[in-house]
Ligand binder design. Structure first.
Ligand code: SF4
Ligand code: SF4
Length: 316
């Protein structure tokens, strides 16, 4: 079931969101980014997909997982601040489903991630037209999931798809109606190929020869989650912190093990692993692609490496 919001009522709707909790939404300054909103007139939904995806609100670049006091671990303060993220698109929202599989759906859910997810309401927007020529989400089997509300713009109103009780609380003042809406379509497509036949081939090598290991692709990807954990402890006082930092499979020491051996010791191995993990390996294990087709890793790649083009044009 959903609700209808008249276009002239959208500022009232945004004002209500802002009163309910800290509101985070896309703002265009030098770049379009998600920011905490002070003035709802700053929100820009018509621009590009924000440069940084919403994963930073669930997996910060660096965070303390535990305090260490006199050699013993002590819990950190709960992440209980209430937030609403408004204006995320389905590619970033579906990427949360990927992160949920890793951080929530296990016998040992990640507490920091879980607290942030539980205290954040996602009010997404459906793309009418793709925000970039690099988007290929139309090939990635996106689903209507992992949001609380999703706005789909019609000519005179917005249809609001309601998925959760938290979302329902925010829109129950609006008229209720059942409707449907199409998922985004994109001109750019990732064609289905038998990737197993192409593990060893010159095309991965050609692409990886252009890669400079800058790690922009993994930083900007909404579903990349690799991290490192280390203890930073004063040896005299035995006080310190257990710290998680975001890492990247494009880094040479990412697969370094005791004794110094590096399993993916060449850029070819690292580049190929990143692409195949996104579109093949994760799917084999979890039944869905890790890549959601947002196109950021192609658009903002230092060398404009386009794995979609490589696969479409060279693999059968
Ligand atoms: S792999 Fe690239 S296109 Fe796919 S979700 Fe990540 S950044 Fe977006
Ligand atoms: S953004 Fe491009 S150049 Fe940089 S690590 Fe990724 S593939 Fe390599």
């Amino acid at each position: 079931m959903g609700r209808f919001l008249k276009k002239e009522g959208h500022k009232d709707f945004l004002g209500r969101l802002k009163e309910h909790a800290e509101l985070i939404a896309p703002v265009t300054r030098d770049l379009t980014r998600f920011e905490v909103i002070k003035d709802i007139n700053d929100i820009n939904l018509k621009g590009k997909n924000p440069f940084f995806p919403i994963k930073k609100y669930f997996l910060p670049n660096q965070e303390n997982l535990l305090h260490i006091r006199k050699g013993l671990t002590k819990a950190v303060k709960e992440h209980s601040d209430k937030r609403i993220i408004f204006g995320a698109r389905l590619c970033d929202i579906n990427a949360l489903s990927v992160l949920d599989k890793l951080f929530l759906n296990s016998d040992y859910p990640d507490q920091s991630y879980k607290q942030r997810r539980e205290n954040t309401i996602i009010v997404g927007v459906n793309c009418i037209t793709p925000p970039s020529e690099y988007c290929f989400c139309g090939s990635m089997d996106l689903k209507k999931e992992s949001y609380d509300l999703l706005l789909h713009e019609n000519e005179n109103d917005y249809y609001i798809d309601v998925l959760t009780k938290k979302g329902e609380e925010l829109v129950k003042y609006l008229p209720e109606e059942e409707s449907d809406f199409p998922l985004p379509r994109t001109d750019k497509k990732l064609e289905e190929k038998n990737l197993e036949l192409y593990f060893d081939n010159q095309y991965w090598e050609n692409d990886s020869n252009l890669c400079v290991s800058c790690q922009r692709c993994t930083t900007l990807c909404p579903s990349c989650f690799c991290f490192d954990v280390h203890d930073s402890v004063n040896s005299a006082t035995k006080n310190g912190e257990r710290i998680r930092t975001i890492d990247s499979c494009h880094s040479k020491d990412f697969t370094q093990v005791a004794g110094g051996h590096v399993f993916r010791d060449t850029r070819l191995k690292r580049y190929r692993h990143r692409v195949l993990h996104k579109i093949q390996f994760f799917k084999e294990k979890f039944g869905r692609s890790m890549c959601t087709g947002c196109g950021r890793c192609i658009e903002y790649c230092h060398s404009k490496i386009d794995f979609v083009k490589t696969i479409n044009e060279n693999f059968t």
